[in-house]
Design a protein around this ligand. Sequence first.
Ligand SMILES: Nc1ncnc2c1ncn2[C@@H]1O[C@H](COP(=O)(O)OP(=O)(O)OP(=O)(O)O)[C@@H](O)[C@H]1O
Ligand SMILES: [Mg+2]
Length: 255
Amino acid sequence: MVYAVPKGEDVHALSNINFDLASGRLLTLLGPSGCGKTTLLNIIAGFLAPTGGQILLGDDPITGPGADRGMVFQQGALFEWQSVAKNISFGPRMAGVKSDVYGPEVDRLLDVVGLSGFGNQQVYELSGGMQQRVALARCLANDPNMMLMDEPLGALDALTREKMQGLILELWDRTKKTIIMVTHSVEEAILLGDIIFVMAPRPGRIEKVYELPFAKRALTEDTRAIKQDPEFVRIREEILSSIWEMEEEIMGREG
Ligand SMILES: Nc1ncnc2c1ncn2[C@@H]1O[C@H](COP(=O)(O)OP(=O)(O)OP(=O)(O)O)[C@@H](O)[C@H]1O
Ligand SMILES: [Mg+2]
């Protein structure tokens, strides 16, 4: 993916990206700012057409957005002027689903994300963590095969974030959906990713791939204990050092 910049040098945002992702996996994307995480997600979502190469969903090339892929943004992507229930039912309503069908579905999803009884609240009346749960429910309402998340937990406090990590793992386990999630937290990437791509910038590329057991373990084991696991700590340090090296290189190059 090359971005043409009218009054500057073109930006080679992604280069030589080549991978297969089996359905039902949870991939986390990690890497320094500017390494192309959002770009990759936007291309998979169909918001952006790559300047070279293609991505296949099953056998079909991605040519634009579709209900088979849902996006959850960092924050602020809800309709502030609508109730929680209206936000969640947005996709089905646009698809012409009748209220007697989506009504019970909204209630079920509210329950799934732990917001039973909040359907009639206005979005602005909710905390940041609750809003992100609405965003998850709104994404789930379209029943996408794939959920794309760009730093969905980035704006949350540590405790809420930990709870939401548990919710994402639970949803992944229960729905068997494919999830691709961008995060800036190394710990979060290792805990949630059953695959991790550590990406590097200029041009954006996949530097290292990890396949890890922790996401599956976290479904049944205490996540705090997992984070203390020597193997978890070792991988965290390894990834942190490599990202630090990349950051230093970038800083050096930028003088
Ligand atoms: N619309 C655009 N036009 C030109 N360059 C762009 C555009 N969008 C992104 N870029 C550039 O492409 C590169 C990758 O950007 P991208 O937003 O994908 O990075 P990122 O990994 O998501 O970063 P962050 O962690 O800061 O969100 C950056 O160098 C960025 O400046
Ligand atoms: Mg980004």
